[in-house]
Design a protein around this ligand. Structure first.
Ligand SMILES: Nc1ncnc2c1ncn2[C@@H]1O[C@H](COP(=O)(O)OP(=O)(O)O)[C@@H](O)[C@H]1O
Ligand SMILES: [Mg+2]
Length: 235
């Protein structure tokens, strides 16, 4: 069964610039489903970051709506969006942004602490996530002692800490060599195929090739047809 996790309806985003209005996103509609990795591609300036920010509730659209089940995220005040992001969404960024003074284990445990998870549960879940991403031997390493690929896998593990419904990644393989990039891609696919909704902004053709769904943006508009490499048969 295709389960819609995140639903975007006619999203538009207009920035007011000294030089005039910039239409960064225009009438974007799509259902993001569980169990799939969706890649968002398009040339620089086509609206990818704007779309990711609006989908993730980091920013609000000028018009249109974003729904997580029956919650209209795009209507919530920032404080409630922040709470929702902490519990329902996970984030992986190009530049890893792990906390430099915390080790791998502590980085993964951090969002659980913010969400009020008990110390015992933080411990077992962070340990389980380290093992899942092949990082058990790296638990007490600070980020600067880890390779780029290891850091990005810590970031993915951290993004999963609070069992999010959606994992957002912005150019997760952008700073990695091809071997580390492939391991990070395997991890993201594993997360998606484990039942999560994964949404990745990328320039990386290797990533797009293995994504289940590929959305192309041009001038803020979704290009048709949408490529679905792994259509699930509705049951
Ligand atoms: N805060 C902003 N103010 C004005 N224009 C912006 C702002 N953010 C992005 N833009 C413009 O919106 C368009 C889409 O940008 P962006 O979403 O960053 O594209 P991409 O991530 O695909 O490179 C571009 O023309 C960009 O210059
Ligand atoms: Mg961008």
């Amino acid at each position: 069964m295709l389960v819609t996790v995140l639903n975007a309806q006619l999203l538009s985003k207009i920035y007011q610039d000294p030089a005039g209005e910039v239409i960064a996103l225009k009438d974007f509609s799509h259902n993001f489903t569980a169990g799939k990795m969706t890649a968002i591609m398009g040339p620089s300036g086509s609206g990818k970051s704007t779309l990711l920010n609006v989908l993730a509730g980091l920013d609000v659209p000028s018009s249109g709506s974003v729904w997580l089940a029956d919650t209209e995220i795009s209507k919530l005040p920032e404080r409630e969006r922040a709470e929702l992001r902490l519990h329902k969404f996970g984030f992986v960024f190009q530049s890893f942004n792990l906390v430099a003074v915390l080790n791998a284990w502590q980085n993964i445990a951090l969002p659980m602490g913010l969400a009020g998870v008990s110390s015992a549960d933080r411990h077992s879940r962070a340990t389980e996530l380290l093992e899942r991403f092949g990082l058990a031997q790296r638990a007490t390493h600070l980020p600067h002692k880890l390779s780029g690929g290891e850091r990005q896998r810590v970031a993915i593990a951290r993004a999963l800490a609070n069992n999010p419904e959606v994992v957002f990644a912005d150019e997760p393989t952008g700073n990695l060599d091809s071997k580390s990039g492939a391991a990070v891609l395997d991890s993201l696919l594993d997360v998606a195929h484990g039942g999560r909704c994964v949404i990745v902004v990328t320039h990386d053709p290797r990533l797009a090739e293995r994504a289940d769904v590929v959305l192309q943006l041009a001038d803020g508009r979704l290009q048709k047809p949408v490529v679905d490499n792994a259509p699930l048969t509705p049951s």
